[in-house]
Design a protein around this ligand. Structure first.
Ligand SMILES: Cc1cc2nc3c(=O)[nH]c(=O)nc-3n(C[C@H](O)[C@H](O)[C@H](O)COP(=O)(O)OP(=O)(O)OC[C@H]3O[C@@H](n4cnc5c(N)ncnc54)[C@H](O)[C@@H]3O)c2cc1C
Length: 292
C-alpha cells in the first residue's frame, strides 16, 4: 500500500511489548493519544511510513495471551480475539460451515503473506472504506468489545465505524474482541467482492438470509461504495415479503442499486458501481437460495 510518499523510514517512536492486557491498558492510559496499538502492523506501519500518523508510542499486542481467543459457544455465538489473524480464521472449520460470509471475505482478502499477519480487528479498526472485514460482520449483527482501565463496553460494528479512518474508540481504549451472535441452522450467508486486480475493491457485499415458514430475517451490506459500510434497508424489506423468491430477488437488487448512497472516484463512476450493486446482489442472493 503506497500513497506515493517520499519516505522510506519510520518516524521515531518507542516500542512497547506488553505481556498482559492490564499492562497494555496502563500504557494506553499513560500515553493517551500519543500511543497506537499495533496488532499485525500491516496497516499501521505503512501509515506511519507515509507520515499519515506519527504515534510516539507503539504498543504491540501480539504476545498478550488473553487476546488470542477464538471460541464458539452454542446459543452464544463466536468470539474472535484481537490477535486472531486472517489465516487463523481461514483454517477454522466452524467459520466455513457456519459463518460463510465471513469465511469468504477472509479467504478473498489479499494474499497469504498479508493474511498471516493481518488481524480481523486491525482490519475494522483501520476503517478504510474498501476493506472486506466489516461487511460480513455487519451482516451478522456483530459487536466489538472495547476495554479501558475503567470500563468495558460493547458496540455494534455498524456503529463502531463512523467514517473513513474514523472509529468509536477513545484514547486509553483497546478493542479486545468481536462477538458474532449464534445463528440458526437454516440461515445462509455469503460474500462477494469485485475488484480489478488490486486490493482495492470497487464493491464488496455480504448477505445474511433466514427465510423459513416461521421467521424471516434479511441483511444486505455493502462496502467500497461510500464513506462507510451501508445496509440496503428498503431492499431487505422487499425480501421479507411473501411471493416468488426469484422475482423478489430481482426487485431487491434493483432497489439496492437505487437506494444506496454511492460515490464516483478514480476507481469507478457512480453509475458503474450502481450497475455492480444490481448484478452482484442478484448473483449472491440467487446463489444463496439455490444452495442445498
Ligand atoms: C498489500 C495489502 C493488501 C491488502 N489487501 C486487503 C484486502 O484484500 N482486503 C482487506 O480487507 N484488507 C486488505 N488490506 C488491509 C489489511 O487487511 C489491513 O491493513 C489489516 O487487516 C490490518 O490488520 P493489522 O492486524 O495488521 O492491524 P494494524 O496494522 O496493527 O493496525 C491497524 C489500525 O488498527 C488499530 N488497531 C489494531 N488493533 C487494534 C485493537 N485491538 N484495538 C484498537 N486499535 C487497534 C491500529 O492502532 C491501527 O490504527 C491490505 C493491506 C495491504 C498492505
Amino acid at each position: 500500500m503506497s500513497f506515493g510518499s517520499p519516505y522510506f523510514t519510520l518516524p521515531e517512536f518507542t516500542y512497547h511489548k506488553p505481556k498482559t492486557l492490564r499492562e497494555a491498558l496502563e500504557l494506553l492510559e499513560k500515553y493517551g493519544d500519543e500511543a497506537k496499538v499495533m496488532a499485525g502492523g500491516v496497516g499501521l506501519i505503512p501509515f506511519m511510513k507515509e507520515r499519515l500518523i506519527s504515534p510516539t508510542h507503539v504498543i504491540d499486542i501480539k504476545e498478550i495471551a488473553e487476546l488470542k481467543k477464538l471460541e464458539y459457544k452454542k446459543g452464544e455465538g463466536l468470539t474472535i480475539g484481537a490477535t486472531i489473524t486472517f489465516s487463523e480464521l481461514e483454517k477454522y472449520q466452524l467459520l466455513k460451515e457456519k459463518y460463510r460470509a465471513l469465511y469468504q471475505a477472509v479467504k478473498l482478502a489479499s494474499d497469504n503473506i498479508i493474511r498471516n499477519r493481518a488481524t480481523l480487528i486491525g482490519n475494522i479498526c483501520e476503517a478504510i472504506p474498501w476493506v472486506d472485514g466489516p461487511i460480513p460482520l455487519i451482516a451478522y449483527g456483530a459487536e466489538v468489545e472495547i476495554k479501558s482501565l475503567d470500563e468495558v463496553r460493547r458496540t455494534p460494528v455498524a456503529d463502531f465505524i463512523k467514517g473513513p479512518v474514523e472509529i468509536d474508540l477513545k484514547p486509553g481504549e483497546i478493542v479486545t474482541s468481536i462477538h458474532l451472535p449464534d445463528i440458526p441452522e437454516e440461515a445462509k450467508s455469503g460474500f462477494l467482492k469485485f475488484n480489478t486486480g488490486s486490493e482495492f475493491a470497487l464493491l464488496n457485499i455480504a448477505a445474511y438470509l433466514l427465510i423459513t415458514a416461521k421467521k424471516k430475517d434479511v441483511r444486505l451490506v455493502y462496502g467500497a461504495i461510500s464513506s462507510k459500510p451501508a445496509r440496503a434497508l428498503e431492499a431487505e424489506k422487499i425480501l421479507l415479503r411473501d411471493g416468488d423468491l426469484n422475482a423478489l430477488i430481482s426487485m431487491a437488487a434493483i432497489k439496492a442499486s437505487e437506494e444506496l448512497e454511492v460515490i464516483s472516484d478514480v476507481l469507478a463512476s457512480e453509475d458503474y458501481r450502481r450497475h455492480l450493486i444490481k448484478i452482484l446482489t442478484m448473483k449472491l442472493l440467487k446463489e444463496l437460495v439455490e444452495e442445498v
